[in-house]
Design a protein around this ligand. Structure first.
Ligand SMILES: NC(=O)c1ccc[n+]([C@@H]2O[C@H](COP(=O)([O-])OP(=O)(O)OC[C@H]3O[C@@H](n4cnc5c(N)ncnc54)[C@H](OP(=O)(O)O)[C@@H]3O)[C@@H](O)[C@H]2O)c1
Length: 308
């Protein structure tokens, strides 16, 4: 079997610690090219994996069969659409885009080209989480869910303290993971309402097809001692917590890459976490953002407050 030639876009923290090692250690694929805007970082990362460094997008795309993205979503979406139009299969990061127009264009490019796509919603590629999803689907009877991700990316020591995260906050960075998980466990999201707390603290109420509802809280600005991630469902079947504690990103990305490569070889273009699902998750985030940005969103006092 000829290995599928992958190019990596991005040379930042996540590209170095997760994408490059996973691309280099997945059966049936090889990391042959790296594209980055920083020449030195691109040369160094490519050299570490005996890949070819690229700064020219056309030359990079000509060198590969598939592309893995590890750049901000606003950079990923248009680059990925061009890659799809050049016939390349796509391993995308979440969120797939920052605007619905970019996401729609990306889906259009993927569908027109007939290429395979997988979005790396990390937890969805963990065997324990997959077993949990199968178990809760078999049990049924869920009335609701709760998912909370209190992250610390805005601390100065965090490798995830990057410009787009500071601008977009937890809704767009960790929100996609929780919406993806609740969507997969409680059913497609049919509506969302959103409200905000301090800094980037965001609360969502999701309604799911079939009648269940769920509550999400996300932030990247929690104090380190408060850092946590949990999700659970509740209902007639009792309470069931998702096993989110044992995620190993390189191993989960290997699974995502292997599934993408298998789809690329077989011609199958639909996957539970394909670009269409990535766009649908993004629509939930975009609607939540619209509500958060609406100047009419005013907290109405429910208790009388008297100054003594
Ligand atoms: N699935 C997960 O669990 C998970 C976890 C972490 C991250 N991610 C995703 O992985 C991606 C990368 O994350 P990250 O933490 O490495 O930080 P990031 O800030 O999203 O990306 C850093 C990389 O993007 C490059 N970059 C930034 N702006 C660019 C631009 N305008 N044009 C070209 N390249 C640009 C940087 O180049 P310079 O070095 O030149 O600045 C660097 O190579 C994001 O999409 C993120 O959501 C996913």
């Amino acid at each position: 079997m000829t290995p599928l030639r992958f190019g990596l876009v991005g040379t930042g923290y996540w590209a170095r610690v997760t994408h490059a090692p996973a691309l280099a250690s997945t059966d049936g694929i090889e990391l042959t090219a790296v594209w980055g805007r920083d020449r030195e970082a691109t040369t160094d990362l490519a050299a570490a994996y005996r890949a070819t460094p690229h700064h020219d997008e056309a030359a990079f795309l000509a060198d590969v069969d598939a592309v893995a993205f590890s750049v901000p979503p606003g950079v990923q979406a248009p680059f990925a659409a061009r890659a799809a139009r050049a016939g390349k299969h796509l391993l995308l990061e979440k969120p797939v885009a920052l605007t619905e127009a970019d996401a729609d264009d990306l889906v259009d490019a993927v569908e027109q080209a007939g290429v395979a796509s997988v979005v790396f919603f990390t937890q969805r590629f963990h065997p324990d989480v997959r077993a949990w999803l199968a178990d809760v689907a078999a049990r049924g009877g869920w009335a609701g869910g709760v998912a909370v991700w209190l992250g610390t990316a805005t601390t100065s020591a965090s490798p995830f303290n990057t410009p787009w995260r500071r601008e977009k906050g937890g809704l767009w960075d960790v929100g996609p993971h929780l919406v993806s998980l609740l969507w997969a466990s409680l059913g497609p999201v049919t509506s969302v309402t959103a409200d905000a707390g301090r800094a980037d603290v965001t609360h969502l109420i999701l309604h799911h097809q079939g009648g269940a509802s769920s509550a999400v809280t996300v932030t990247l600005s929690a104090a380190p001692g408060a850092e946590s991630l949990e999700a659970y469902l509740w209902g007639d079947s009792g309470r069931s917590a998702a096993p989110l504690g044992r995620v190993e990103p390189v191993a989960q990305l290997r699974t995502a890459l292997a599934e993408l490569a298998a789809h690329a070889r077989s011609g199958q273009t639909s996957h539970p976490c394909d670009v269409r699902f990535g766009r649908d998750v993004g629509r939930v985030l975009a609607e939540a953002q619209r509500l958060l940005d609406d100047p009419r969103r005013v907290a109405s006092p429910v208790l009388p407050w008297h100054d003594e």
